[in-house]
Design a protein around this ligand. Sequence first.
Ligand SMILES: [Zn+2]
Length: 76
Amino acid sequence: MKCMFCKGIMEETTTIHAVEVDGRIIIIKNVPCKKCTLCGEIVYSGVTLKKLEQLINAVKNALTEVAIVNYTDKVA
Ligand SMILES: [Zn+2]
């Protein structure tokens, strides 16, 4: 797979995905992704996006301002 921006090589790696939902910050660690070795662009697969959505839905009702979850712990 090549980067759609710069045609660089996309490498399998993991990243930290952070989103803001209703004023809360949700940080998900160890998210599998492909990352461009040239420009650093990150692409998630459709399956990963779905799991991220599920994780965010599961965590967003927590009463903490900042939630940190581990992708690999929650998605077995
Ligand atoms: Zn690139």
